[in-house]
Design a protein around this ligand. Structure first.
Ligand code: ZN
Length: 294
């Protein structure tokens, strides 16, 4: 099985969630062993999507360096990882990835439009060899060895509408598109004013965020799935874990996880060389992993 990139350059435009300004997004092919590389075209600065470049995880996952940053990369990264794309250049003319409809389906559509090109080099995946866990009180994220990558997510909110939701996702591109990609980001009405006061969330609206007030959803169209909230957390987790640079073969379990815990988990995994193997998918080895890329 070989590495892939996009077959051609595609462009999109949307507003940033936090600043509310229009941002152009371009997805471009990249050669083998390059990984996912972000490029700020307005500042002529690039950085690779990897845990060491993550600079903030409070409201979204932000990567950057001392010259520039890009916020809210997780939904775009999630789609790229679900499509199994190994190498891609993401060009943005601003400091956020566009929020689109608050899910990753627009990015999936852009990737469909771009198409896939196979490269010469064999694909590499990151196979988890031992349990790695990060905890914060009763909240945790954990990854364990497996041959059937799954994401098992539980959220618990002190809110009558959301309450406790649980979802077990079996990783494949097909399942991702059907079950996860359309799940939107969400927020609580009571937090909207706080964010606005911090000059954040200025691009947020009912067009790109599910807004919950007590026991009702304010969006006139309602929810896309009864458990859209936990599905979106899975979308986020896939994006956050993709910072490892490879498709991850492990069982990921989260209880009330966050971008912050996911980031700490990626660092913990990379810190311990005995926790994972980078497996090159030469022909004879590819078979057992192929199903996930279908
Ligand atoms: Zn999200």
């Amino acid at each position: 099985m070989r590495q892939i990139t996009v077959a051609r350059t595609v462009k999109g435009v949307g507003i940033g969630l936090h600043k509310g300004e229009p941002i152009e997004l371009c997805l471009e092919p990249l050669e083998a062993n390059s990984g996912v590389v972000f490029y700020r075209s307005d500042l002529n600065v690039s950085f690779k999507a990897e845990p060491s470049n993550v600079i903030n995880t409070k409201l979204a996952t932000v990567i950057g360096n001392d010259k520039a940053y890009i916020s809210t990369i997780e939904h775009l990264m999630s789609a790229i990882n679900a499509y199994g794309i190994d190498n891609i250049r993401i060009v943005l003319n601003g400091n956020e990835a566009p929020v689109m409809d608050g899910s990753s389906i627009s990015f999936c559509m852009m990737l469909d439009e771009a198409g896939i090109r196979e490269l010469e080099e064999p694909k590499k995946i990151l196979v988890i060899k031992k349990v790695v866990e990060v905890r914060d009180g009763d909240k945790f994220v954990r990854i364990t060895p497996t041959k059937e990558p799954r994401i098992n997510y539980t959220i618990k909110f002190d809110n009558a509408l959301i309450g406790e939701q649980h979802y077990n996702f079996e990783f494949s591109k097909k399942n991702y598109i059907e079950e996860i990609a359309r799940a939107r980001t969400f927020g609580f009405l009571k937090d909207v004013e706080t964010l606005r006061a911090m000059k954040l969330g200025l691009g947020g609206s009912l067009e790109n965020t599910i807004v919950v007030d007590e026991n009702k959803v304010l969006n006139p169209e309602g929810l896309r799935f009864r458990d859209e909230f936990v599905r979106h957390k899975i979308l986020d987790a896939i994006g956050d874990l993709s910072l490892l640079g490879y498709r991850v073969f492990g069982d990921y379990i989260s209880y009330a996880g966050s971008h912050h815990l996911n980031h700490l988990l990626t660092k913990e995994i990379l810190k311990d060389k005995s926790a994972y193997d980078l497996v090159s998918l030469e022909r004879q080895k590819a078979h057992e992993y192929e199903r996930v890329f279908a």
